[in-house]
Design a protein around this ligand. Structure first.
Ligand SMILES: [Zn+2]
Length: 654
C-alpha cells in the first residue's frame, strides 16, 4: 500500500493515543515484566542481551540500551517492517477503529478502498480455509481424512488447530463457492492465488484440486496462503500458493504463530523441512518447531527466530539423506554470516536411519526426539566430525587433506580469537587421535600456522596467544563473568585479585568492579557461594544499570552469559588462573616498556648505576613475562578439551 496523500493530524493523534506500545512490541518480541516496565531482546541489533530493550508503558516508548533504538509504537512498526509513516498509521487506524481523515478530504475514500482491499483478501483466505475444512469432513474428503488420521496419525485436535482441509477434485468447485455463492469478484479470487486463468479460452479453474490443504498463517494467525499435498501420484507432490500481496514465502515461517511462545519458553527453535514434520512435533508437545516453505532458511527468517530465543539457540533438523557436508552448507548458505560471527548458536540434528521427524516420532517417541535435541552438536563440531568421518588418519595424505578442510572451515569464523583457539585445539585433538602429546602439539601448531597464513592472505591478524588489548579485554570480561554468574567462584576471583594486586585496565570493567565492591560494603551482596535467589547480584546490577543510561550499554554484555562465553568458561578455576596470568603479563609488559623508556631517554652514560638498574628491571620483567606466557599457553591447551576427555591429572597447578 503506498500512500500519496497527507493524513490529517487528528487521525495521527488518535492513533498515537490508542495504539498501545506494549501490545505492538509484544507481537514481535517476547516481553517480560520488569518493575513498571517490560523488557525483551532488541530486534534492531544482533545482540545476545535478552533484556536490552525496555518498553515503558507510562511513556509509551521503547528504548534499547545497546543500539540506542528508541521511539513510540509507530516508529517501532516503521523500523521493524521497513514501512512508511503513513502506511503504519493507516494500518493502526484500521486496527483501532480510528476514522481516517486526510488533509484533502476527497482522498479519504481512496485510502479506505486500499485498506479494505487487503482486508477482503484476508476474508477470501478465511472463507477458503473453512470451505476446505468443511470438505475434509464431507463424503468427498474421506480419503484425505483417512490419510491424516491413519497414515499421519493426526488427532482431531491437531487437524482443528492447524485448520487442515481438503480441496475437492472438481475444476471449479472453490471458484463456484466463492464467486457464485459468496459473490466475491473473480479478480479478487485470482489475486488471492486460488484460481488460475485457463490457457485456452476464457475463464479460470481452481489451483488446488484433490489435495490435502495446509493453511499458512502469518504471525497474527491470519491465513495468507496454502500448501497443498497431492493424495495420489499427481505432481508436484507439494503445491504452494503463489506470492501474493499477503504472502511472500521468503519471509514466512510455517507455524510461527503457534510456535512463538514455545520458542521463548524452551529458549530454542527447531527448524524442520516439511509442514507435516512441524505439525507432528507440535502434536507431540514439541511446540517450538517451525518449517521453512520449501526453501532454505534465509537471514531474515533466522533473525525472526532469534528474536524469541534468549541464547539464540536454533536447531536445524536435517533429514538423513541431506546430512552431508554439501547439503549442510547449502542449508545454511542464506545465513552463514550469522553462524560464523556467533550471532546464532546453530545446532544440527540428524535423524537416525534415514527418517524425517514425523516418521521418527511415530516409530520412537517424543522423549526419544527430545534426547536427540539435547545431544544435538553445534554446527562447527558437527562439520568437523563430518570431515573426519571415515578417514584413516594414519595415512599422511588423509591427515593433510582433513586438516586443510578444517582450516578452510575455521577460516570462516569471525568470532573472537579465543573461540577459534578452542576449535584449533579440539580439532588437533581429534586429528591426533589421542596419540601422543607431541603429535597433538605438532598438529595444533600446523593448524595455527595454516590459519595464520590464511589470515595474512585475508589481511587480518594471525591468531596467537599474545596479549593484545583484545586478549586483555577478554581476560577481564571472563573474570567479571565468572564473578557474576558463578557464585561458587566469587571468593576465588576476589582473592586472586587481592593477592596479585590486580586492577582492571578498561574503565567500564573498573567501574563495574567498583560497583560490586560497593555493594559488598553495603552488605547487599557477599562472597558467599549461595545467593539469596538465583542471579541475585546480576539483577541488582541490572536495576542499577537501568537507572544509569550512560554506563548501561557498556556493561550490559557482562550481565548476560551467552553460549560462547559459557563454552569459554567450562572450567572456571582454570579460566580464572589464565585470566589473572594474562593481566599480569600485560602489567609486566607495561613495566618493561617503562624501564626501556627510562633506559633510552635518561643519560645512562652519566649515571651508569641507573642504567644497570634499568637493565636489571627489564630482564626481570622479560623473565616474568615468559613465566606468565607459559601459564597462559598451558592453560589454553588444557582448556581446549571440552572437559569430557581431559582428565584432571593433566591440569598443571601453580
Ligand atoms: Zn538494540
Amino acid at each position: 500500500m503506498s500512500a500519496q496523500f497527507q493524513i490529517h493530524k487528528d487521525t495521527i493523534d488518535q492513533v498515537s493515543q490508542r495504539a498501545d506500545i506494549v501490545d505492538i512490541v509484544s507481537e514481535r518480541v517476547v516481553l517480560r515484566k520488569s518493575g513498571a516496565n517490560f523488557r525483551g531482546a532488541c530486534p534492531f541489533h544482533n545482540g545476545t542481551n535478552a533484556t536490552a530493550l525496555t518498553v515503558n508503558p507510562a511513556r509509551q516508548m521503547y528504548h534499547c540500551f545497546n543500539c540506542g533504538a528508541a521511539g513510540g509504537a509507530v516508529k517501532f512498526l516503521m523500523e521493524i517492517d521497513k514501512r512508511s509513516f503513513s502506511d503504519v498509521v493507516l494500518d493502526l487506524a484500521k486496527r483501532y477503529n480510528v476514522p481516517i481523515a486526510t488533509v484533502e478530504p476527497e482522498k479519504a475514500k481512496e485510502i479506505q478502498r486500499q485498506i479494505s482491499h487487503r482486508d477482503r483478501l484476508y476474508e477470501v483466505m478465511a472463507l477458503t480455509t473453512s470451505f476446505y475444512q468443511h470438505a475434509l469432513y464431507a463424503h468427498q474428503g474421506k480419503a484425505a481424512l483417512a490419510y491424516l488420521s491413519e497414515k499421519r496419525q493426526m488427532s482431531k485436535d491437531t487437524i482443528q488447530k492447524f485448520q487442515l482441509g481438503y480441496a475437492p477434485a472438481g475444476w471449479e468447485t472453490l471458484m463456484g463457492y466463492l464467486v457464485q455463492q459468496k459473490q466475491i469478484p473473480v479478480s479478487l479470487v485470482e489475486e488471492a492465488g486460488l484460481i488460475v486463468p485457463r490457457k485456452t479460452g476464457n475463464g479460470f479453474y481452481d489451483r488446488f484440486r484433490d489435495r490435502l490443504m495446509v493453511p499458512i498463517h502469518d504471525t497474527r494467525g491470519r491465513v495468507i496462503a496454502f500448501g497443498g499435498r497431492s493424495l495420489g501420484d499427481e505432481e508436484p507432490k507439494y503445491l504452494n500458493s503463489p506470492e501474493t500481496e499477503l504472502f511472500s514465502k521468503g519471509s514466512i515461517l510455517f507455524a510461527m504463530d503457534k510456535a512463538r511462545d514455545a520458542i521463548a519458553k524452551a529458549d530454542q527453535a527447531i527448524v524442520v523441512e516439511g509442514y507435516f514434520d512441524a505439525i507432528a512435533l507440535h502434536q507431540a508437545g514439541i511446540e517450538q518447531a517451525i518449517a521453512t516453505m520449501g526453501v532454505a532458511l534465509n537471514a531474515d527468517q533466522m533473525k525472526q527466530l532469534l528474536r524469541y530465543t534468549e541464547t539464540k539457540n536454533v536447531i536445524l533438523n536435517f533429514d538423513a539423506d541431506k546430512a552431508g557436508i554439501t547439503a549442510a552448507e547449502k542449508a545454511i548458505a542464506g545465513f552463514k554470516e550469522l553462524v560464523f560471527n556467533g550471532t546464532v548458536q546453530l545446532r544440527v540434528l540428524t535423524m537416525p536411519d534415514g527418517k524425517d521427524a514425523d516418521e521418527y516420532l511415530k516409530q520412537r517417541s517424543a522423549a526419544a526426539y527430545r534426547d536427540l535435541l539435547k545431544n544435538a552438536p553445534l554446527f562447527l563440531d558437527w562439520m568437523i566430525e563430518k570431515i573426519l568421518d571415515g578417514q584413516d588418519l594414519n595415512q599422511a595424505s588423509n591427515l593433510q587433506k582433513s586438516s586443510q578442510e578444517i582450516v578452510q572451515l575455521l577460516k570462516k569464523l569471525t568470532v573472537d580469537a579465543n573461540f577459534r583457539e578452542k576449535y584449533i585445539s579440539s580439532s588437533a585433538q581429534l586429528l591426533s587421535q589421542g596419540k601422543s602429546y607431541t603429535s597433538l602439539q605438532l598438529i595444533e601448531e600446523s593448524l595455527r600456522k595454516q590459519l595464520s597464513n590464511n589470515d595474512r592472505w585475508n589481511n587480518t591478524k594471525p591468531i596467537q596467544i599474545t596479549t593484545t588489548a583484545n586478549t586483555l579485554y577478554s581476560a577481564e570480561i571472563q573474570l567479571l563473568q565468572i564473578y557474576l554468574h558463578y557464585p561458587e567462584y566469587r571468593a576465588c576471583v576476589y582473592e586472586s585479585m587481592e593477592e596479585e594486586d590486580i586492577s582492571f585496565s578498561f574503565s567500564n570493567h573498573r567501574y563495574l568492579w567498583h560497583t560490586i565492591l560497593e555493594l559488598i560494603e553495603q552488605k547487599k551482596t557477599s562472597l558467599a557461594t549461595q545467593e539469596p535467589y538465583p542471579n541475585h547480584l546480576v539483577r541488582q546490577l541490572q536495576i542499577f544499570c537501568a537507572e544509569q543510561d550512560e554506563v548501561a550499554h557498556q556493561l550490559q554484555h557482562l550481565l548476560w552469559l551467552d553460549e560462547n562465553s559459557r563454552i569459554g568458561i567450562l572450567r572456571p578455576q582454570m579460566v580464572i588462573r589464565t585470566a589473572i596470568a594474562t593481566i599480569q603479563y600485560v602489567m609486566c609488559e607495561k613495566r618493561e616498556k617503562y624501564w626501556l623508556e627510562m633506559f633510552t631517554t635518561k643519560d645512562v652514560i652519566a649515571d651508569p648505576e641507573f642504567g644497570y638498574h634499568c637493565q636489571a628491571k627489564i630482564q626481570e620483567e622479560k623473565r616474568r613475562k615468559m613465566e606468565f606466557q607459559k601459564l597462559i599457553g598451558v592453560n589454553y591447551l588444557d582448556l581446549s578439551g571440552t572437559g569430557t576427555n581431559t582428565s584432571e591429572k593433566n591440569v598443571i597447578e601453580f
